[in-house]
Write a protein that binds this ligand. Structure first.
Ligand code: LP5
Ligand code: MN
Length: 241
């Protein structure tokens, strides 16, 4: 039987949520071993301040566990999220994973499928989009990465606090994807299936794009437990453990 392709996002791995880390290691040792490929669509880590933080025991353990899966023959693809856009070459070396661009198009069981983290679709969140543009600039990143690790961790912590505060003032609609952005992304990519994370609102949304039926899958965050999308020739379904 054909092996399924698995998609996960928004695990937000951190030493502060050991039960979720355990759920991830169980996922890697279980369903992931049967996969044709594993796609991690951003916000894998709660915060990633640079690859030198691989020295943290949890980060080293996560990279080693991914590498075991990669060496067992399961290709692992990682996309940046808004929490871990600084994942880079050393992480790939340590984990055996390959970084993929956001957006990317893959051929999934004969269907062109668009993969995104999902943050770029939240076009009404103007303050976030400005912040995103700034922090994706190579010069900004070089200056940030030149700071000592401890300082970067402190800045990331301050920014997480600020993010939680600013989100309290934003409406749920502002923090969701904009339908026009979704339509435009699918139209431009020539795809009828989109898989993304970021909004933490797991669902399958049926759509119509250019007169054809289409679908948008939103991956779950891993706050309560593990959740992933499993796709094979018969289609996609959400799984939980
Ligand atoms: O992540 P989440 O779900 O809470 O909210 C996101 C958007 N927030 C973010 C910020 C991240 O949470 C922080 C990640 C830290 C790790 C990165 C490390 C490297 C960078 C360190 C830089 C110092 O992405 C949030 C969205 C929400 O998704 C829904 O889509 O609304 O957007 C914001 O909160 C951004 C604010 O609206 C604007 C922020 C202005 C910040 C100004 C810079 C101040 C620097 C503070 C450092 C002390
Ligand atoms: Mn995100």
């Amino acid at each position: 039987m054909q092996r399924p392709t698995l998609f996960i996002a928004d695990l937000h791995l951190t030493p502060e949520r050991p039960q979720i880390n355990a759920a991830f290691f169980a996922f890697l040792a279980g369903p992931a071993t049967q996969a044709q490929a594993l796609y991690i669509l951003g916000d894998f880590f709660e915060a990633w301040v640079g690859d030198d933080d691989l020295a943290h025991p949890l980060h080293a353990q996560v990279a080693a566990a991914l590498k075991r899966l990669a060496q067992a023959g399961v290709p692992i693809h990682v996309m940046h999220g808004n929490r871990d856009f600084l994942l880079a070459e050393a992480f790939c070396q340590a984990s055996g994973a390959t970084l993929m661009a956001d957006p990317s198009i893959i051929e999934l069981n004969g269907e062109k499928t668009l993969l995104m983290h999902g943050d770029t679709l939240c076009t009404d969140d103007v303050a976030y989009q400005a912040f995103r543009s700034q922090t994706r600039e190579p010069n900004w990143q070089a200056a940030f990465l030149a700071k000592p690790l401890g300082e970067r961790l402190a800045l990331a912590g301050a920014l997480r606090t600020q993010s939680e505060q600013t989100k309290a003032d934003k409406t749920p609609e502002i923090m969701d994807v904009h339908p026009k952005a979704v339509n435009q992304a699918l139209h431009q990519a020539g795809c009828r299936r989109l898989i993304h994370g970021h909004t933490h609102r797991p669902a399958r949304h049926p759509l119509e794009i250019d007169g054809h039926s289409a679908e948008r899958w939103v991956l779950p965050a891993w706050y309560e437990g593990a959740g992933w999308l499993q796709c094979d020739a018969t289609g996609c379904q959400m799984k939980h453990s």
